[in-house]
Design a protein. Structure first.
Length: 318
């Protein structure tokens, strides 16, 4: 079996195993959470008969392992059950289908901003090592890492929305309604998430570029007369981009955490805000569904990053 295919299969099977284990942990954590779904929906004065009927209707009277298998079987078919309190009786799949595009838009928007900014700043810092540009970029990175995204979100609202009026302070236009409106209304939340990530990305890229600029093969390439542009693109940047891509994949976990907070601050109807609303409303089925979606997102993106790294450096698959 070719090394690439073997590596692909091993990573894919690992991702599937992680989905199974992760979904089981999510299910058990929600079962261990305080509160009774029946009392949450029916009220504290519900009779024992109505509670028994409710539990039977939703399969909550079955053994835990049976409940998990029934739930996981539905997850495989993208059937997460019905909402208990957020939208009583509505299919959770419909809630996710409505809100997921908004979260995906903000997430991609954030990654694009962070990647573009870090490519410019990291490269500029490496090529001007020890100079004012390098110092300014390093200072920006330290500042970006130290700023909480929720604080930055409020500062962006105060500065660019309330004081100047360039962007809306609250609300988000779905990309299905208007692409330009989505980009405009989503800029501030995307920037709030992207700034700390851009700081991490630029520091990683700068360190990798500086390391590769001092490699022996780069010095040899200079000595035989290759142009600086050719050396930088083919011998320095290409080798430096691999750890840069890896860091982007690792930061997806931070991105999802930031989305949960930022969506509430900016009033975005996304998966993050849905999860917070469901947690406060004790809508366990919705919380489980959102957690599984986040888990699957992290695994898919990490899998894509692994494949990109293999294409950039085939030795990783061997």
């Amino acid at each position: 079996m070719p090394a690439h295919l073997k590596y692909f299969l091993s990573r894919f099977l690992g991702a599937l195993a992680t989905i199974v284990v992760g979904s089981f942990l999510v299910f058990m954590v929600m079962k261990a959470a305080p509160g009774d779904p029946a009392l949450t929906v029916l009220g504290d004065f519900a009779t024992p008969e109505t509670i028994v009927e409710f539990n039977k209707k939703h399969g909550l009277d079955n053994p835990l392992i049976i409940q998990y298998l029934d739930w996981f079987n539905g997850v495989i078919r993208f059937n997460f059950g019905q909402s208990l309190t957020i939208s009583s009786g509505q299919d959770i799949s419909d809630l996710l289908a409505y809100r997921l595009p908004n979260t995906i838009t903000i997430g991609i928007y954030s990654i694009v901003i962070a990647t573009l900014v870090s490519l410019v700043l990291g490269t500029a810092a490496a090529l001007n090592r020890g100079k004012l540009t390098d110092t300014a970029t390093t200072s920006f990175s330290i500042l970006g890492v130290s700023m909480p995204d929720f604080w930055l979100g409020y500062m962006l609202i105060l500065g660019l929305s309330i004081n100047i009026g360039l962007f809306p302070a609250y609300g988000f236009i779905s990309p299905f309604e208007s692409i330009s409106g989505s980009l405009h209304s989503g800029f501030l939340p995307a920037l709030a998430i992207a700034a700390p990530m851009a700081a991490v990305f630029s520091r990683t890229l700068r360190a990798s570029l500086v390391e590769n600029l001092n490699r022996d093969h780069v010095i040899v390439a200079k000595s035989i007369g290759h142009s600086y542009k050719f050396i930088f693109l083919h011998h320095v940047f290409r080798n430096s981009i691999i750890p840069f891509v890896v860091v982007i994949g690792l930061q997806v976990r931070y991105l999802l955490g930031g989305v949960v907070i930022i969506e509430k601050i900016f009033g975005i109807n996304g998966i993050g805000s849905l999860m917070v609303e469901a947690a406060f409303a004790r809508d366990y089925f919705v919380v489980q569904a959102c957690a599984v979606v986040f888990l699957a997102t992290v695994l898919v993106i990490n899998f894509i990053v692994d494949m990109i790294c293999v294409l950039l450096d085939p030795r990783r698959a061997s």
